[in-house]
Design a protein around this ligand. Structure first.
Ligand code: MEV
Length: 435
């Protein structure tokens, strides 16, 4: 039976009840969910194998985005994030997008770039020619450094040469293009860079400089498109067409102004990073790639844009996405392994499409809020819940304290403590905790 990611009322039920719903829908056993997530999904002993000087682990909330349908397939999408409203916003916007058929994704092959810098190049034209003539030899050298990947159907695919700077710089860079299959590929690509560098320098009559991957993996992009019917965009005060026009204005603002584009893209990365972290991937690499790609034209630009086309709001997002579903952290992190089982993706490409789709949903939620009520209304309501918890509220008291401080327009720890005192002294606290 096809999976669904539509669970109406999910936010109202308890954590245990949510685990049961997700377990039924995804086939991940509730016990497995508990074992993989309780204690933050990672014990200190395992963490000690990851990094150095370990004292313990540091947990973040693990939620799921609902309603996400990519290329006709539903996904329950794990998100690890500390910011209130990100998960709710991604779920709500995905529901609007679902009303227009869901996300359509186009995924590039998993090609990463291995960079070998050559310095003290005296004859760049001859160097370039020599490298091009020995392309097959370089590809073979590269493949010999990554036999496991070659056995899995990946490997070196191409060699490109670029001259950098002016004649006084005497510098060039060689790119070896590697198909990383379902690996993120950093270690593989770095191994190739180190394996081929000496031979490249010899061919170029130059010296070896740096040997490392590029995080601007613009051959490994994902493109997401969605159609949002006007009627699902409407608010109490604005009809759908007005909201759509406001969203197009928001898009144009980001297209014209890098100051706004940075914040627009931050909203996209709210969704993308949360999925990247939940699946044990390197979010710094994804961030670096995203922002370098956004600036590639010479002006820092939005990764997603919005237009009205054919009577609907159409969103488009394009960004590099270097993710893995095998290797590295994924082998050992119980939380990351659970996320992949829950997501039910075929491989790294499909995972990248889901992460980018959640990024586009996050962007839609943000620009819709900004073009209508403003961001603070929804945001502060959720923020109030964290403040209530920080003030010591438990169980149903959290919602009650949050509601009081939102109503008083005073979302501070002091106000939350006062509200908690009032509720407990009037006896409401006891009932709230019991029910
Ligand atoms: C906040 O985390 C993200 C937003 O600032 C994004 C945006 O402005 O588009 C709301």
């Amino acid at each position: 039976m096809a999976r669904t990611s539509r669970f109406p009322g999910f936010y109202k039920i308890t954590v245990d009840e949510r685990r049961a719903v997700v377990s039924d829908a995804t086939g991940c056993e509730a016990g497995d969910i508990a074992r993989s997530l309780d204690g933050g999904g990672l014990d200190a002993e395992t963490a000690d194998k990851f990094v150095e000087n370990v004292l313990g682990t540091y947990a973040l909330p693990y939620g799921v985005a609902l309603n996400v349908r990519v290329n006709g397939k539903d996904h329950v999408v794990p998100m690890v994030v500390e910011e209130p409203s990100v998960v709710a916003a991604a779920s709500n916007a995905s529901k609007m997008i679902r009303a227009g058929g869901g996300f359509e994704a186009e995924i590039d092959p998993p090609l990463m770039i291995s960079q070998i810098q050559l310095v003290d190049v005296d004859g760049p034209a001859l160097a370039e020619e020599a490298i091009r003539e020995h392309k097959r030899e370089i590809l073979a050298l590269a493949d010999a450094a990554i036999p496991g990947l070659v056995a899995r159907g990946g490997g070196a695919r191409d060699v490109e040469v670029r001259r950098l700077g002016g004649p006084e710089d005497r510098m060039m860079v060689v790119h070896v293009i590697i198909d990383c299959r379902d690996a993120m590929g950093a270690n593989l690509v770095n191994s190739v860079a180190e394996a081929v560098a000496d031979r490249l320098a010899e061919l170029a009559g130059a010296k070896v400089g740096l040997r490392i991957l590029s995080n601007l993996c613009d051959k490994r992009c994902v493109r997401i498109r969605c159609n949002v019917p006007f009627d699902v965009l409407s608010t109490d005060d604005m009809d759908g067409a007005q909201v759509a026009a406001g969203i197009v204005n928001a898009s144009r603002f980001a297209e014209l102004d890098p100051y706004r584009a940075a914040t627009h893209n931050k909203g996209i990365m709210n969704g993308v990073d949360a999925v990247v972290i939940a699946t044990g991937n390197d979010w710094r690499a994804v961030e670096a790639g995203a922002h370098a790609f956004a600036a590639k034209s010479g002006q820092y630009s939005p990764l997603a844009t919005w237009r009205v086309e054919g009577g609907a709001l159409v969103g488009r997002l394009e960004m590099p996405m270097a993710l893995g579903t095998v290797g590295g952290t994924l082998r050992v992190h119980p939380g990351a392994r659970l996320s992949l089982r829950m997501l039910d993706v075929e491989g790294a490409g499909e995972l990248g499409a889901v992460a980018a789709a959640v990024g586009l949903a996050s962007n839609l939620a943000a620009v819709r809020a900004l073009a209508t009520d403003g961001i603070q209304r929804g945001h502060m309501g959720l923020h109030a819940r964290s403040v209530a918890v920080a003030a010591g509220a438990k169980g149903k008291l959290v919602e009650k304290v949050a509601a009081l401080i939102v109503e008083a327009r005073d979302i501070t720890l002091d106000a939350a403590k006062r509200a908690l005192d009032v509720l407990t002294s009037t006896g409401e606290g006891a009932t709230a905790i019991e029910d």
